[in-house]
Design a binder for this molecule. Sequence first.
Ligand code: GDP
Length: 317
Amino acid sequence: MSLKEKRIYIAGSSGMVGGAISRHLRDAGYRNLILPSSTELDLIDQVAVKRFFSEQKPEIVILAAAKVGGILANNQFRAEFLYNNLMIEANVIHEAFANDVEKLIFLGSSCIYPKLAPQPIIEEYLLSGQLEPTNEPYAIAKIAGIKLCESYFRQYGANFYSVMPTNLYGPNDNFDLATSHVIPALIRKFHQAKLEGASEVTVWGTGSPLREFLFVEDLAEAIVILMENTDAEAIYGQGISHVNIGCGNDISIGKLAKLIGEIVGFEGGIKFDATKPDGTPRKLLDVTRLTEMGWTATTSVEYGLRQTYDWFLKHSA
Ligand code: GDP
C-alpha cells in the first residue's frame, strides 16, 4: 500500500500546529486522514483513547496535541500543564504501541532544554542542566513524552520518535493576551493600540531575551518530510532521542516588538515592563541534523508575521 493511502491520525488537528500539518498532508495527496475534534475525542480519557485506537486503527500517528501557552499561563497553570500533557502522551503513545502503529512522531518544544544551555542548542543538551522555572512542568511532561517514544523503541522496537520545534507562530494561533505566546500577544496589543490611538504599547520583560521563531507552515512541511523519509532507527542510531526543528536564527524581543509595530502600522512608542518575567535568556536550536535530513526553513520572519497579521485581521481582530 502506498504511503498516501495510509490511515494517518493527527492528534491536535484543531490546533494551530495539527491544523497546519493536516492541510499540508491533504495538499500532498494524503487521502485517509483521521482528524477527530477535541470534543469527539478527549485525549485525557484513557478509555476513550483506547476505544478510538481499536475502532479507527490508524497506521501512522502525528502527536501534535498538547496543552500549550505563553510564559504567564505556563507559570500559573502548572498542574494543568503537567497533568494534561502527561496524560495525552501516555494515552496516545501507549495505544499506538498496543495497536501496532507503524510510525509515530511526537512533537515537543525547545523549552525541554536547560535554561542556560550553550547556544545554539544541540540535541545532546537534553537533561544536561536545570530547566527554566516558568515552564518546568510543561518541559517535564514533554521530556516524559520523548522518553516514552525512546523507551518503546528500545524495549519493543516501535518506530516512534520525537521532534522539538522552536517557538512557533502563524495562522490559527491563540491571540488571547493572558495565555498566548509573545507574537500573537504583540500583534493584538499593537493592533488595539493603533485603533485606540494609544501613545505606547507595553511589552513584558526587558526586551533583551532572544527567541527563534518558526512559521507553522514551515514546521508542517518539515514534519511531512520526516514522516515520509525518516524512521526511529535513524534518530536513535545517532545517539540522540529527538530532532530539533528551527530556522537557525533568533531575534531579541525588543526588535521583534519594533518589527510587529511596523507591520501593524503603529506609530507610538514601546515600554518594557520589567516586573514581568523574561524567561530563558536565549533559545536558539542547532538545526544541523535536520538540514542533513533534507529540510531547511524558507519563510522570513517578516513574511510570516505579515501572513499572521492578515489572518488575525480576518478571524480574530
Ligand atoms: P517563552 O518562549 O516560553 O518565554 O514564551 P513567550 O512566547 O510567552 O515569551 C517569550 C518572551 O516574550 C518572554 O521574554 C516574554 O516575557 C516576552 N513577552 C513580551 N511581551 C509579551 C506578551 O505580551 N506576551 C507574552 N506571552 N510574552 C511577552
